[in-house]
Design a protein around this ligand. Structure first.
Ligand SMILES: [Zn+2]
Ligand SMILES: [Zn+2]
Length: 227
């Protein structure tokens, strides 16, 4: 895909994506095509090229371990520079910075397909940067309740926790099925206790959408909502 999109055009595309993502999170109906037509009228490309751009934006969401809009499968052929811009525009548009680096993950993904033949030098003194990251205030009672209910077994695969913590308790991680960054609630109806393997898979696995559906089917409290 050509990279000569203006910042203004990328921003308008990201704003549309964020709005559709929000609508999907709250189960509001919307028509993707009419958004693409609106962008096409404004900037003069075909609606199809905006649909494709949306799939690039899905790729950034995927790199961040987030849910992407259904039907907009991540399209990976986008340069690191554009990924960096898209990531910044998403953070601005959502009003939250979730503190992962899609550009870094994309570079690793590319390099994994063509790994360096010699051991890389790396950095003896890696430079540091600081950035402000949006943190959601979570309720520790939700975590404690979900862990107690799981009683040491992963609620996804059913296996016992892979190891014990230093205090002797089983190690499981509490995952929000709809991520807080995606508008999910911090309640027991949106939280599951998982082993680290299942947890990573629910964020990064090829089958993550299917796995999340199965989890909802398996655990009845996840099908309830408090709102
Ligand atoms: Zn598991
Ligand atoms: Zn999680």
């Amino acid at each position: 895909m050509s990279e000569n999109w203006t910042e203004e055009e990328l921003k308008a595309s990201v704003d549309v994506y964020v709005e559709m993502h929000r609508r999907e999170s709250s189960a509001q109906a919307f028509t993707k095509k009419s958004y693409y037509e609106m962008l096409a009228n404004r900037f003069g490309r075909t609606p199809k090229s905006y649909e494709y751009r949306m799939q690039n934006i899905s790729y950034v969401y995927a790199l961040q371990g987030r849910r992407w809009i259904s039907g907009l499968k991540p399209a990976r052929n986008v340069g690191a520079n554009v990924i960096r811009v898209l990531e910044r525009l998403i953070a601005d548009s959502e009003g939250q910075h979730i503190g992962s680096s899609a550009a870094f993950e994309a570079s690793v993904e590319k390099l994994r397909k063509n790994p360096p033949s010699l051991p890389p030098k790396g950095n003896k003194k890696p430079p540091a940067t600081q950035s402000s990251v949006t943190q959601f205030v979570r309720d520790p009672e939700v975590v404690a309740w979900v862990l107690a209910t799981a009683a040491g077994n992963c609620e996804c695969c059913g296996n016992p926790a892979p190891f014990m913590r230093e205090d002797g308790s089983p190690f499981l991680e509490v995952h929000h099925v709809e991520r807080l960054a995606d508008g999910g609630e911090d309640t027991i109806n949106n939280a599951a206790a998982l082993c680290p393997n299942c947890h990573r898979q629910l964020h990064y696995g090829a089958q993550k959408q299917k796995l999340a559906q199965e989890l909802r089917r398996k655990i009845s409290r996840l099908r309830l909502t408090t709102s």
